[in-house]
Design a protein around this ligand. Sequence first.
Ligand code: PLP
Length: 393
Amino acid sequence: MEGRLGKIYVDTAATTPVSDAVLEAMSPYFQLKYGNPSSTHMLGFQAKEAVLQARTTIAKNLRCDPEELYFTSGGTESDCWAIIGSALATTKKHLVVSSIEHPAVLKCCEMLKQFGYRVSYAGTDSNGQISVSDIEKSICSDTFLIAAMMANNETGVIQPVDEISLVAHRFGIPFFSDGVQALGSIPVDLSQTMVDMFSISGHKIHGPKGIGLLYVSKHHPIAPMICGGGQESGFRGGTENVAGIVGLATAIQESINNLDKTSLKEMKALLYKCIQSISCTTINGASAPTLPGIVSACFDYIEGADLVRYLNEYGILASSSSACSTNTDGPSHVLRAMGVPFSRARGALRLSFDEGNSADEIKYICKVLPEVVQRLRYLSPEYVRLYGKQNID
Ligand code: PLP
């Protein structure tokens, strides 16, 4: 059984391949229509028009004004800008963020602390849903921002952003939501969701890497973080990534046209059944609403990193928690925030998939996974002491 490029790729939450339509839309902008949108000649006008059209397409799909969209280098920059740009636009010094945010948000908060800001961290319940009451309790007269992601990148748990935004607005505090994993998996309508800022990344939705955007409501004051030649209405300097912007617009359009996730839900059900049949195993966020294409589980007595390495030998390309946490020490901060014990959190596996995967691939994983888990457990002296060891070939 072989998937993309001869492998079964179940790491779509880390990144996705560029779609054919995206590649085709981008390709003229590398060698043919290579103008700088700021140039006042034919090639420049052409590039400027391409950026304008992309912005209009995206605004139509997300249901916001084109002027509320700012192109960035991706989710990380958008997240950092939302936090830092909001901090720089006010004299207030306190913000509330959830403890399961992406490192782009959490590390920005750490940095702000060095400059005298105070940060309150809202916890989650045991299913990984952010506590709205924690957020509400943390608010004070100095709070300038509340940040809570729309869906978590490790567990896929969909967050109560509507409730959080209601609390934020009741207190007159701007609300930022990281939408990087949510977009393309669940409906996003910025005219209905009361977010003041929303971040998006191209490469999670079959667009190119190195492009993203930050939606900033026209009612929310934000200061620029990257200064330069006046691009993006003076709010984000740097020559526009024209090909990337065109690719992002196509990717967003395609992802919004493709929100029927029936096939993914079926694959997810197969994986749940398989994982639930393995002893000493927990599915993270099993009782919460989760994205159709993410399954996260912890396998006691083994290391997630070993499991990922072993699955790789079988051609199954998965991840232990998130690609962004690979270089950090210790088990996932998301699982720890959910109250998953340290030793259990070390045995985390994330399987993320989309329409590029087939049911046959998932069935192959369901066959291999229990075997691999058992083999690894037999290497654990603690497991063998408790449960014994049977011969396996
Ligand atoms: N936010 C979330 C929830 C993510 O999952 C990611 C990427 O993994 C990012 C932000 C960062 O996006 P990018 O890779 O475009 O910088």
